[in-house]
Ligand binder design. Structure first.
Ligand code: C2E
Ligand code: CA
Ligand code: CA
Length: 457
């Protein structure tokens, strides 16, 4: 008996394991079929458990899981199955409920039970869970597919903002399929060389000169055409593919810039900005990777600017300062991107070794539309100047916005009004041309008419 217990129970929580769960589900489904009823499966995953485990160690993590298991047990009847699949994943199987509401009540009860802090060594921990719920279809459901569907619904609960439940529907299966397909395609995209880097000029607002570009990744998908980064960067971030992808963009952009510097010496110093995602920025190898790229391409570190969004910088201000200082030691420039959308503390801003602040497009958009928009941009520029940062305004789409930013003392401007992002040939055309705006006559990646703007030289 001891041995069978071991084989079917999780040693940490003493709860049934996956093997026993599947067995119980099998029986429950058979019983339900006879009564033409349903079985409910609740897939539960703790939110942010990884943070506890990584920062406080596995021992604390394990004790937290045991405490959570205890609370979950108090939410179900003795005849219900509560199993632990491993990690911070639990499954609850409910039978013989009169209506769906009863199942939802269990999910709500769990949320309530977890509200009180779990106290370990005098320290309070607050656990929340994301729960996916699915109901079996008589004579159709299999144990594995039921667990899988509940898992998909849990995934939806997470992406809807965690600490909530979601009920499975068929669109989730379709979305999961599409995601899987995209992930496979993206993996191949790297190997098959389907990624491209486009460049968007940044104009010195005082002189009208263009000496800087921002590198923006594109995916030349064999069937879908040119795919914008917002439809694959989040997935790349989630799957970890962002690391090789980001390394490739960095190398490509630095190599391209070095070639331009040699080709257009009178325009020197030409500079490039490259975006870093959260995962790249938190990766311990980043500093090494960048040093290698700089060495391989022979680019002067001061000609590379790294853009990190405000929200990523503020996620863990302690770690951020360390990483920024290490990057700074390489000699590269640092920009805070999408400024105004996160929650910066001025104290952290002051401590970070930054060079540039990029005003988020949403503020530039309001310039000239409402007086508040102008007041906000003015305030941001004042803060930036007080901190000794250069300011870039992004998303400039009208001449009014451009003029206002210039008047308010903004240093660099970027936006469709100046130029859309385009392939390297388009950027080269602007560098080659000493006085005109021939860049705009080269087709860029997004269609639409380009207003001619003969203001850079
Ligand atoms: P971002 O860093 O804020 O880049 C600026 C985005 O605004 C670009 O979108 C650009 O095409 C767009 N934009 C520029 N001017 C205007 C304008 O006047 N009006 C409007 N409406 N939009 C304008 P894109 O290229 O689609 O990139 C979106 C985001 O994807 C970027 O936002 C950046 O966060 C991310 N991204 C792009 N390339 C990379 C990359 O290589 N690595 C990483 N980690 N993220 C990237
Ligand atoms: Ca950027
Ligand atoms: Ca931005």
């Amino acid at each position: 008996h001891e041995l069978t217990h071991l084989a079917f129970h999780d040693t940490l929580s003493q709860l049934p394991n996956r093997a026993l769960l599947i067995d119980r589900l099998e029986r429950a489904l058979a019983r339900a079929d006879r009564r033409n009823a349903s079985v409910a499966a609740l897939f539960l995953d703790l939110d942010n458990f990884k943070v506890v485990n990584d920062s406080l160690g596995h021992q604390v993590g394990d004790r937290l899981l045991v405490a959570v298991a205890e609370r979950l047990r108090s939410c179900v009847r003795p005849e219900d199955t509560l199993a632990r699949l491993g990690g911070d994943e639990f499954v609850i199987v409910l039978e013989e409920f009169a209506e769906v509401d009863e199942v939802l009540h269990v999910a709500e009860r769990i949320a309530r039970e977890l509200q009180d802090p779990i106290v370990l060594d005098g320290q309070d921990f607050f656990a929340t869970a994301s729960i996916g719920i699915t109901l079996s279809t008589p004579y159709q459901s299999k144990p594995d597919s039921l667990v899988r569907d509940a898992d998909l619904a849990m995934y939806r609960a997470k992406s809807n903002g965690k600490a909530r439940y979601a009920i499975f529907d068929q669109t989730m299966a379709a979305a999961a399929m599409a995601r899987l397909e995209l992930e496979t395609d993206l993996r191949h995209a790297l190997e098959r060389g389907e990624l491209r880097v486009h460049y968007q000029p940044m104009m010195d607002l005082a002189t009208g000169r263009v000496q800087e570009v921002e590198a923006l990744v594109r995916w030349a998908h064999p069937r879908r055409g040119l795919v914008a980064p917002l439809s694959f960067i989040p997935l790349a971030e989630e799957t970890g593919l962002i690391l090789p992808l980001g390394r490739w963009v960095l190398h490509e952009a630095c190599q391209q810039l070095r070639a331009w510097q040699l080709q257009y010496p009178t325009r020197s110093p030409l500079r490039v900005s490259v975006n870093l995602s959260a995962r790249q920025f938190q990766h311990p190898q980043l500093v090494n990777d960048i040093a290698n790229v700089l060495r391989d391409t022979g680019l002067n570190p001061a000609d590379l600017k790294l853009e990190i969004t405000e929200s990523v910088m503020m996620q863990d201000a302690g770690g951020t300062g360390d990483m920024l200082r290490q990057l700074k030691e390489l000699g590269v420039k640092l920009a805070i991107d999408d400024f105004g959308t996160g929650y910066s503390s001025l104290a952290s801003l002051q401590r970070f070794p930054l060079d540039v602040l990029k005003i988020d497009r949403s503020f530039v958009e309001r310039l000239g539309i409402d007086p508040e928009g102008e007041a906000i941009v003015r305030a941001i520029i004042t803060v930036a100047k007080a901190l000794n940062l250069a300011v870039t305004g992004e998303g400039i789409e009208t001449t009014e916005q451009l003029d206002l930013l210039r008047t308010l003392g903004c240093d660099l401007g970027q936006g469709y009004f100046i130029s859309r992002p385009g392939p390297s040939e388009a950027a080269a055309a602007i560098f080659a041309d000493a006085a005109t705006s021939s860049y705009l006559s080269v087709p860029a990646d997004t269609g639409g008419d380009h207003r001619s703007f003969g203001n850079f030289h």
